[in-house]
Design a protein around this ligand. Sequence first.
Ligand SMILES: [Zn+2]
Length: 97
Amino acid sequence: MTQEERIFIVPQDIIAIGCECSHCKSTFVVPVEKIDRVLAKCPNCNERLISETQPSSGALSESTVFLNFVTWLKSLQARDFGGNIRLEIKGEVKPSA
Ligand SMILES: [Zn+2]
């Protein structure tokens, strides 16, 4: 028998957003309420973290997508929905002993 764990969070559970530099592996964690700009480059090694370049495909830039996500997350956190909004995150499947 296996046991599946389902984990749900509410939008208010997300208190910070972290980022890891792919080059030097430095990590940065910023409280959601303090995010008002994009960390485009690693402060340690200057590697690109989030691009501000507009793709030629017409798609949104990485920085626009990131800031849109933060805006919508803050809006979700500030509202009182009639139904309790839950976000499911990956759980673990554990074999029973
Ligand atoms: Zn770095």
